[in-house]
Design a binder for this molecule. Sequence first.
Ligand code: TRP
Length: 513
Amino acid sequence: MKTERGEWGSRIGFILAASGSAIGLGNIVFFSANAYTYGAGAFYVPYLIALLTAGIPVMILEFGLGRMTGRSFPLALGQVGGRVGEFAGWWAILNALIITMYYCAILGWVGGIWWEAVVGRLWQPSVAVPAFGFDEGALPNPVASFFSLISSWSNVGWVAVVWAINVAMAFWGTRSIERAVKVMMPLLWLFMIAMVLLGSTLDGALHGIYLLLTPNFAVLSDPRVWHGAFAQIFFTLSLGFGIMPAYASYLPKRADHVSNTLAVAGLNSLFELIAGMAVFSLLFAFSVTPKASTLSMMFFIVPQGIAQLGGGAQMIGALFFTLLLIAGLTSSVSLLEAGASALIDKFDISRRASVLSVAVFGMLGSVLFALPKVIDAGLNSNGTFGLTFLDLIDHYAFNYGLLVVGLVECILIGWFLPLQRLIDVVNEHAHYAVGRVFSFLVRYFAPAVLLFLIGFSAVNDITGGGLYGSDFTIDDPGLAWLPAGALAGWLALTVIGAAAATFVGRARSEDAR
Ligand code: TRP
């Protein structure tokens, strides 16, 4: 049992793996896109407030929970809140698995475009997009390359490659994850620093960086900005995924979870800041004024900027997509591990069987997100079915799912554990002890804010604000059912799956201590 669960070989291994989970596409493109949408520098203010009032306390909570119970998320929450807790834990894992499905579909596209960048096709003025009936020259690059990729079978091939790498990394558990992150994380930092240095030498780049860093307090009265900031914090820190409890459960008893939290959250935000500067310098150096959705940021806007570098484009473009790939893989593997670890804990099956079952299920889901345009590029007449579906699911799983999990864990641990037990466990080995402020944030502040934000966006959605933050609308009346369908599908899969996992088999929580 012990060997199936795993154990980190060193503290640095854990910090690299946890920060590898945190640092992902979210840091490089989602953050920049959010910051751009919400008024650039203005975004830092709610971002920092969300980090301090929810991000850091909830990470301490998740690390502490993993360590205290020695279990991954479902059974750990089960020890706190019985069947209700266990259900919440499985629900979180399934919600995260759905996020992972489209995250890995996007990573597959990153792989495909990386290849186009390396061989140079991405830097030609245009390529043909046969599935859409566009000859070469009809649609400019990088847009043409992207649509050409997602309407061809190689897109599905890349999704398979991404999942295969994930499996290879998680197959031997902590041992193989640790080995991978020890190579990948230093490379990632190196590439990112190279990128920002290159970016900042461009004419006009400083203007972008200046804009990113100049606060604008006017937008702070818009609750959507706050919702964006809290959702971004949960996503970027991998909170509400069930990942951090699993990773912390592989640590020795004497681990210092306050310092670990500060290290992981600090590395993550530092990376986000540097990445934001790199992206903004590219945007403003070439005065591309983006309609910034996250996907267009990644596949259109940044490459468009890079293309203008002329001779250097091929190298810098390859660097940018390599960066995205590494960052994304060290994140997606963490959910594969969290899911596998939950299965191992509950059903006592072998690591290989559990890694493979999570991966096969996840890969099928990724293919569903990647497939629509391959089958029928003309869906919804302009071919946005695939992206719309992805956007819709993202809207529910990202904007609601993570915040709901955060709310539930604050309530369960803050009010039912009781919280003091977790505080004692955390403080036993912490250099900086937590106390009243932590307790206030977990018990009152974070739940109140999360509840408000969830309620606010629900009302906003219901009364017709709809898919804000997304630049896709559904024009085809035949697809008007899609938002409701996506919502129903998301709820059905997560609720039924979580109920099944909770009630099939005995709760094994008794054996934990
Ligand atoms: N924190 C990651 C990021 O910023 C997101 C993430 C972490 C993630 N683990 C994941 C996404 C697992 C999908 C699956 O990008």
